[in-house]
Design a protein around this ligand. Structure first.
Ligand SMILES: [Zn+2]
Length: 77
């Protein structure tokens, strides 16, 4: 009974498949832990999520900083 449940749960639930690996760093789920599943069998691990977050934050900061410096110049009417 228990083995049957264990077989069924990962299929029906959202548990990570054992074969899956991060699409960004190519590490397996056993190496980096649970993966977030995206469309078309795309996966991302926690490490890459953190990396992406820091990159996005940097980009946003750079973008807002850039906008601030250019806005006084673009205010010519
Ligand atoms: Zn990764």
């Amino acid at each position: 009974m228990l083995s049957l449940l264990r077989k069924l749960l990962p299929k029906n639930g959202r548990a990570t498949k054992k074969k899956s690996f991060c699409s960004f760093c190519r590490k397996s789920y056993q190496e980096v832990g649970p993966l977030v599943e995206g469309p078309n069998e795309v996966y991302i691990c926690g490490q890459c999520v953190e990396l992406c977050q820091s990159i996005i934050e940097q980009e946003l900061y750079r973008h807002t900083k850039h906008e601030d410096s250019t806005s006084p110049g673009s205010e010519t009417c």
